[in-house]
Ligand binder design. Sequence first.
Ligand SMILES: NC(=O)c1ccc[n+]([C@@H]2O[C@H](COP(=O)([O-])OP(=O)(O)OC[C@H]3O[C@@H](n4cnc5c(N)ncnc54)[C@H](O)[C@@H]3O)[C@@H](O)[C@H]2O)c1
Length: 263
Amino acid sequence: MKYAIVTGGARGLGLGIVRALLDEAVVDEVAVIDLKLVAPPADLAGRVHGFAGDVTSEAAIHAAVEAIAAQLGPHPTVLCNNAGGGEANWFESGTRQEWDGVEIWRRYVDLNLNSVYLVSKEVVPRMRAGGAICNTSSIAGLLATPILAAYAAAKAGVISYTRTLALQLGPQDIRVNAVAPGLIYTKIWEELGAALGGGKDRARMAFEAAVRAMVPLGREQTPDDIGRTVAWLCSDKAINVTGQVIAIDGGIMLGKLPLARGE
Ligand SMILES: NC(=O)c1ccc[n+]([C@@H]2O[C@H](COP(=O)([O-])OP(=O)(O)OC[C@H]3O[C@@H](n4cnc5c(N)ncnc54)[C@H](O)[C@@H]3O)[C@@H](O)[C@H]2O)c1
């Protein structure tokens, strides 16, 4: 029986990853590590197992991974380090374009970067040849933005660490890649959109304005888009792909210049 560990797999992009790993038969079962567990959707019940854990806590991750190994077996095949983001008050701080408090900076780095190291350190020694890891970075880790400084720095760190880990684990035939999602309307965007657009009721409008301004394909991305790419990267179809970052962003990373032909 092959299984994956997906952090932050209870909702949002993580749930998209869980669903795609199962739909594409990359693994048979999934262990979700999440701070706030919820029952999986009915069609996934029985194949998804929840384990409470905070990815910023070494002790909590050790306990969760031990419990997973006891229930699902000693050797996970896939690890998706997906948990990340921020809290509403951290986003508000960033959008003021002042210096963030160092505590907020530390918490962004803890949640988005240190967690990837902590969970990998616990899981990798249990993986065998043929295993695959996929880390969730962000377009914020590739493009500069005057807001989200700490989040962007942490997500850039995830890309660097992905490449290092790919080199370190190559000789063991364990592949390590990352995805850089673009704009997906999840809880993160409810909170960032509220901070940008002046309140919760306007969060969706702020998000749609960002999609119009940034995305060459003109549409938002979805958890399903991210899940299918992660599933491919973790499958044997990508057997010679390692150390890569794939942006799933409708073309944002093309970095268009603001020049347009007049009509
Ligand atoms: N939504 C986007 O537009 C977007 C874009 C680029 C990157 N991302 C990244 O995608 C990942 C998932 O984001 P999302 O949009 O699905 O967010 P989300 O808030 O909907 O889901 C995050 C999940 O992670 C869990 N989580 C949060 N902190 C945790 C912790 N300390 N320990 C364990 N679990 C924890 C939450 O409970 C939740 O289930 C994040 O790493 C985020 O930075 C999101």
